[in-house]
Design a protein around this ligand. Structure first.
Ligand code: C6P
Length: 408
């Protein structure tokens, strides 16, 4: 991205102006929000707020239309049909929805669920819970030493017992971009359903759910410039139609009797109760922002910054060990350790220099076990991150190294 464009982009983010000395390198955890998103939420409450899909009055019809318009925007964002967009709280809830609505009813003892060694806990724990209730067994595609999944293992892992493959599109720790279309094709060939955790992909790179060939795709609003409390589960319509609800209550029914009920078609079938209307509208404003800018440009910007940061780290900080694949296709997250220092100490020391990064297991304990470390420090970039910020991060890291030299 040109400097002029980046400067303009940064001006759209009020928090960045309020903290001019902060270098925010934790967008993989949650992104900052542009003014247009903040205004869309505020405008909704000031001008349109009403109970949706219920009122006979004009304001309610307007609020309902704004919510449904948000659904159409999100559908356009990922190349889907609007009836396939289910608003949920976040990626975690989306994956739990699939686990309970699909997994609990379709898995049997002896069935297998295929995950990978680089999954976030949100794509592990729901399957543990459903596996324990159904008797389905969990297997994982191994992670190779190069930070990529060992796809050579796929043919021996995939067989007719595998009923479901659930895989992350982009790793939140390593930045690895998984070839989900290829994995989905192999999974479908044995009759397995395919779920994709898109939490770290949809905010950063162009996603066309139809081209991926999956059955479900999940992502969170707060990681893609939108508010917390809203996310999306995309499901292939014929699959959604075949599912029973996950949560029951108002808004998701067709008819209710004292002893039984019938259900609305998707997506309403999976949106029980009053939804997060303002948040969905804010998320649509975020998707509009990304589409106006061009999400392919966001991706290019992150690829360039990541390559630049990795090269500087390698050349100038031999005490730093980074993890993740080398090569052009890698998202803007850099996990690292500095000598034998605990990543929490590194993050705290960097904070003294105004650099905000995350440290810990990043909700990926099996992955860290495989890497042979208890935790990593992680710097993550987004569309508003500048080269100067990467420089400040590296210079601060050198100061931390010098300070702790005796303990490294
Ligand atoms: N990763 C991170 O710092 P929620 O919390 O539901 O919005 O997203 C969960 C989630 C699922 N999958 C992946 C790949 C993720 O990265 C995340 C969230 C944050 O890496 C918080 S642990």
């Amino acid at each position: 991205m040109t400097l002029a464009t980046l400067e303009q982009i940064r001006q759209d983010f009020p928090l960045l102006a309020r903290h001019p000395h902060l270098v925010y390198l934790n967008s993989a955890a949650t992104s900052q929000k542009p003014q247009s998103v903040i205004e869309a939420i505020s405008r909704y409450y000031q001008e349109q707020n009403a109970s949706i899909h219920r009122g006979a009055y004009t304001l309610s019809a307007q609020a309902s239309e704004a919510y449904e318009q948000a659904r159409r925007t999100l559908a356009r964002f990922i190349g889907a049909d609007e009836r396939e967009i289910i608003f949920v709280r976040n990626t975690t809830e989306a994956l739990n929805l699939v686990a309970y609505a699909w997994g609990l009813r379709n898995l049997r003892p002896g069935d297998e669920i295929l995950l990978s060694e680089m999954e976030h806990h949100a794509n592990l724990v729901p399957w543990h819970l459903v596996g324990a209730q159904t008797g389905a067994r969990i297997k994982a595609i191994p992670l190779g030493p190069d930070g990529r999944l060992e796809l050579e293992a796929l043919p021996s892992l995939l067989n007719e017992r595998v009923r479901l493959v659930s895989i992350t599109h982009v790793s939140n720790v390593l930045g690895t971009v998984n070839p989900v279309a290829q994995i989905a094709q192999a999974a479908r060939a044995v009759g397995a359903r395919v779920v994709v955790d898109g939490a770290q992909a949809a905010p950063h790179m162009p996603v066309d759910v139809k081209a991926l060939g999956a059955d479900f795709y999940a992502f969170s609003g707060h990681k893609m410039l939108g508010p917390t409390g809203v996310g999306v589960l995309w499901g292939r319509y014929e699959v959604l139609e075949s599912l029973a609800p996950f949560l029951g209550g108002g808004s998701m029914i067709r008819e209710v009797y004292l002893d039984h009920s019938t259900y609305a078609p998707p997506p309403q079938r999976f949106e029980a109760g009053t939804p997060a209307v303002a948040e969905a509208i804010g998320l649509a404003a975020a998707a509009e922002y990304l589409m106006n800018l061009g999400i392919d440009r966001v991706w290019q910007h992150e690829l360039e910054l990541t390559a630049y940061a990795l090269q500087r780290l390698e050349e100038e900080l031999p005490e730093v060990r980074t993890f993740g694949p080398r090569g052009p296709e890698r998202s803007g997250v850099i996990p690292f350790v500095l000598g034998s220092l605990h990543p929490h100490d590194v993050a705290t020391a960097l904070d003294q220099h105004g650099i905000a990064i995350r440290a810990g297991h990043h909700c990926a304990q099996p992955l860290h076990r495989k890497l042979g470390v208890a935790a990593t420090a992680r710097a993550s970039f987004y569309l508003y991150t500048t080269r100067e910020e990467v420089d400040r991060f590296i210079e601060a890291l050198k100061k931390v190294r010098d300070f702790f030299r005796g303990w490294l």
